[in-house]
Design a protein around this ligand. Sequence first.
Ligand code: G3P
Ligand code: MG
Length: 235
Amino acid sequence: MSFQDPVIVIGHRGAAGLLPENTLPSFRRAWKSGVSAVELDVYTLEGRLLVIHDDTLDRTTNGQGPVMARAVAELRALDAGNGEPIPFLEEVTAELPESTGINIELKGPGTAAPVARFLAGQRRLDVLVSAFDHAELQRFHNLAPDIPAAPLFGSWKPAAWGIAEGVSARFINLSRRTASKRRIAQARQRGLGTLIYTVNDLAEATQLVSWGAAGLFTDFPDRITPDALAASIPD
Ligand code: G3P
Ligand code: MG
């Protein structure tokens, strides 16, 4: 399964509803469920890429305070859930099945250049790079114009179309609150697929796909599978 799938199901932070988010077991659970791709969030410190969502450690680890204030060795000694460390990006990609895609979200400051460098040595990956920070995403696109990029929007802004065009996007990634039938149709008219986050209800997922969404992010890839979605969509 990949970003070419007719309906793209992306395991959000792995399988965040089933196992501690952004840990290796969570990613393994997602790809065992048959997802098209897994999504993860990256920060960079000391030239390394670490997979964690928040800018502070408190919610997902046994540490406290800002991620960026710590040394990599300190971060790696923390428990990110069930005794698992915060993974390095390369630990996830090393295990990623060849047929599964990966969506790298540029979450931390200054991630564009190290992610571009990392991906330059990873030609086999089916990858999509995204960010809410559209300036960071533009920097990434300028460094790696051949790697697909998708801007993220938590709320709608008319400038979205221009932002998408600036990074030659094939997808725009929208919050479920922003993903109306009309907006999905407008995106399609512009040749853009929409990937919607975070959808944990099969009926909602089915509706979004029936409106023409290209796919969605879910915390429960065991519940919202490409097969379940295909079976629930009327002919
Ligand atoms: O990329 C989809 C989704 O991950 C964006 O929101 O906050 O979960 O990173 P967030
Ligand atoms: Mg994310």
